[in-house]
Design a protein around this ligand. Structure first.
Ligand SMILES: [Zn+2]
Ligand SMILES: [Zn+2]
Length: 796
């Protein structure tokens, strides 16, 4: 270590203790600090401390500033600094710069902030090594380094140390140990590192026979031959087949009991996408990001789409994100269909024993290994709207990264949120941060509910989380709500349920950094359903909201949910209910009897159904925009009788609309009523049915509906802004699953901005129900911080 004269006089050095919080562990932060500090010939040390990184450093003052500036402008990939605390340091500097062992956080009473970082896709350097025949990791399926590889998916306990991961069973060989100990090596303290000598072993099971050699070649050959092969992915087992093999895809659909729902594709590099879909620079960046999500891209032709994503304009692509996937795809040289290994109503498989048992009879081969998955994570799904990434499914690559909370939440009590019923998730909130779990699934089957309970235990334990407050949805019959109530009665903890649409809105506010005490804004929350305070089913809401309270200023005109639950599965029911509310059946028959859909409806027991709707027998009132989309889709004869997956009607309707550039827009009226303003659809239905009579293109009709709805939202917002004295800042938040519709989101933002509104929308927190837990946690924390009673005194 050279020690220049300028630094030899310790009295000329300023000492500082710097604490970095955020995503700072498991990302190569300490080695990059070490490298920079030794380059600048500084003295001191760096260590992991709790979930933070602690630097003690001595340097002449200007050099210290240069050190920090350089560090912040060259952060290792995947890291994020949320906070940098600096304190003067007394005492004598050591002679050089050192990396110290991890130390516990000094004030141990503090609730542990999650420093656990998400899994990261294999990096470029590791990929390069993978294909260098003279490298000792040539074709090693488990290659990773400090800046890439598994993290949360193999972690058994905090903090990020090899002994806390499932790599514990693989002691480092002497070569790996050497790298692990060398501060300047890419694998310095890379806890998941391995090589063919010391790492996990890959196997291929065919007809109950396990092969230990030629695993990749055997599996790839099977996929090329049209077989279905299971692969032990980073966060769960996956099922793969060739993307150009119709028979294989048809078989996969049968096996997964998945008639129409789109599959995602995996390719090795972006250029492999070229024949099939378009992608922008921003989309490529998202595909290549360390999280490596599935990204929805506009298809070029129907070549793949017709089998893989029937009736849709988008295909979901992801890039190979582990060495194993690269090795397989290099042989196959084309896209593969890759989907989580589960059957209907079961969570994806991730435990080896169970997977081998179930998959043996389901597929033709299984690629597996002895590195256990400790947390199930399936692939995340995202799309870009207005160049902003929007997560539709938050899992691998994003979970369990903490979300920093806005100003005002500094003192929030540890809060556990139980989420909703569909796409359920959990959220832990404390100490200025929220940690949202991966989406768990719909709590419809015993298997899903059991899985939810397990996730609840694991997620809290992993984060050393001891809540003081509990929160859930106001719907008392949700499985998640009953779990919350049980825990509350067992422990005596306070449980504060949050109304469904308030939680959606609050999630949007918090994600966008709105301070705790900000002025209320308008939230447009459109989704499938959620219980409202008036006992009806909400889902097309215009709410004046802050974190503590909300007031319903408007909604779409209520209509009967014909047949209750079955309305969500059979779009014709929503069509009939919408028509019944807007126009009378007899006038419909008079004017539109030539239409195929009127004939189809006439074949139903109309009189009985009308009676049910009029008397509200098994036909509760709702204001669900989700069901409105179903109705319009049914009018265009898209899945008229039955949906084969949730959101099918809306997704196919969007796909139709995307094929039209029609500027027309159906008239949707803003009308006043005793319970606030309403968007009324009778004029729209009249125009839409007339278009059908005239034989207008279905693409144009779908487009006019989207245009009309976007215009109606902004017209309603403008009118409410005029009328509402408590709404002073022209800001509108958009939330709820309906805004996963990229076209509607884009049109609505455009229309609102044209009227001068600032629009808040979702990006890393999903707009759908998997973001609810985050919103519940934020509302509950906000109320406790502001000592609000939590009563919705403003609400209708
Ligand atoms: Zn790497
Ligand atoms: Zn080794």
């Amino acid at each position: 270590m050279n020690s220049p004269a300028a630094l030899s006089k310790t009295q000329a050095l300023a000492g500082e203790c710097i604490r970095l919080s955020g995503l700072v562990q498991g990302v190569g932060m300490r080695p990059s600090i070490y490298r920079l500090a030794t380059e600048l010939q500084l003295r001191g040390d760096v260590a992991n401390c709790g979930a933070d990184v602690l630097i003690q450093i001595w340097a002449p003052a200007p050099v210290l500033e240069l050190f920090l500036e350089t560090l912040f402008s060259h952060l290792p990939p995947g890291s994020r600094i949320d906070q940098c605390e600096r304190q003067a340091l007394v005492g004598h500097p050591p002679n050089k710069f050192l990396i110290q062992d991890s130390r516990p956080r000094s004030n141990s009473g503090e609730v542990h902030r999650s420093g656990i970082i998400p899994d990261r896709a294999i990096c470029e350097q590791c990929i390069a090594e993978l294909f260098q025949s003279d490298n000792r990791r040539y074709h090693h399926p488990f290659s990773n380094c400090t800046s890439c590889g598994p993290r949360f998916s193999i972690l058994k306990a905090q903090t990020w140390e090899r002994s806390n991961t499932s790599m514990q069973s693989f002691p480092l060989c002497s070569d790996c140990q050497l790298e692990f100990n060398s501060p300047l090596d890419r694998r310095f303290q890379a806890h998941a590192t391995a090589c063919p000598k010391c790492g996990p072993t890959l196997r291929y099971r065919q007809n109950t026979v396990d092969h230990q050699s030629d695993v990749i070649a055997l599996a790839a050959a099977d996929i090329l031959a049209g077989k279905i092969v299971a692969i032990q992915g980073q966060g769960c087992f996956q099922l793969a087949c060739h993307a150009r093999n119709e028979a294989a895809i048809a078989r996969l659909r049968k096996l997964k009991q998945r008639a129409q729902k789109p599959f995602a594709l995996m390719v090795e590099s972006p250029t492999d996408i070229d024949p099939y879909a378009y992608y922008s620079a921003a989309e490529q960046q998202l595909l290549e990001s360390p999280a490596a999500p599935i990204v929805l891209l506009k298809t070029k032709m129907d070549l793949l789409a017709s089998e893989i994503a029937p009736g849709l304009q988008d295909l979901g692509f992801m890039l190979a994100n582990t060495a194993l996937h690269h090795l397989i795809l290099t042989v196959i040289k084309g896209p593969i269909v890759l989907t989580s290994a589960n059957t209907s109503a079961q969570p994806p498989l991730y435990k080896l024993d169970q997977a081998l048992q179930v998959l043996d009879s389901l597929c033709d081969g299984i690629v597996f290994h002895d590195r256990a998955i400790t947390h199930r994570l399936d692939d995340s799904v995202a799309q870009l709207v207005n160049d902003v990434p929007r997560l539709l499914r938050r899992a691998r690559g994003y979970v369990p990264a903490a979300t920093a909370l806005p100003p005002g939440f500094e003192q929030c009590p540890p809060t556990l949120a139980f989420g909703g019923h569909y796409k359920s998730s959990l959220c832990l909130l404390s100490d200025r941060h929220a940690v949202l779990s991966a989406w768990i699934g719909d709590l419809n089957s015993p298997a899903q509910c059991e899985d939810y309970q397990q996730q609840l235990i694991d997620f809290s334990a992993m984060n050393h989380f001891k809540p003081e407050l509990l929160t859930c949805d106001q719907h008392p019959d949700y499985f998640s709500s009953t779990q919350a109530a049980e825990l509350a009665s067992e422990t005596g903890m306070k449980l504060e349920p949050v109304w469904h649409h308030h939680a959606h809105a609050a999630a949007c506010l918090a994600e966008n950094g709105r301070a705790l005490q900000s002025q209320p804004v308008l939230a447009v929350v459109f989704d499938g359903n959620g219980l409202g305070p008036d006992g009806t089913i909400w889902g097309g809401e215009f709410l004046l909201v802050d974190y503590q309270r909300f007031q319903r200023l408007g909604h779409i005109t209520q209509f009967p949910l014909l047949g209750g639950e079955s309305a969500a599965q059979q779009p014709w029911r929503s069509l009939l209910a919408q028509l019944h509310t807007s126009l009378s059946w007899s006038s419909l028959v008079d004017e539109f009897s030539d239409l195929a859909i009127i004939k189809l409806l006439a074949a139903k027991p109309i009189r009985t159904l009308e009676g049910m709707m009029t008397s509200h027998t098994n036909s509760p009132l709702c204001s669900s925009v989700g069901r409105l989309f179903d109705a319009v889709a049914a009018a265009l004869e898209i899945c008229f009788e039955k949906l084969s997956y949730e959101g099918e009607a809306a997704m196919k309707l969007q796909a139709l609309a995307q094929q039209s550039i029609d500027q027309g827009s159906y008239p949707i009226a803003v009308v006043d009523s005793i319970d606030g303003s309403q968007l009324a659809f009778s004029t729209m239905w009249q125009a839409l049915l007339n278009d059908l009579l005239k034989g207008a293109a279905h693409t144009d009709i779908a487009r006019r509906f989207h245009n009309g709805l976007a215009n109606a939202i902004s017209a309603m917002a403008a009118q409410l802004f005029q009328q509402t004295t408590d709404w002073q800042e022209p800001t509108v938040a958009l939330s709820g699953g309906v805004f996963q519709n990229a076209l509607l989101l884009k049109l609505t933002i455009k229309s609102l901005e044209a009227r001068g509104f600032t629009v808040l929308s979702h990006s890393l927190i999903p707009a759908n129900d998997s973001g609810l837990a985050f919103g519940q946690a934020v509302v509950t924390a906000a109320r406790s911080l502001t000592a609000n009673t939590g009563m919705n005194d403003l609400c209708a």
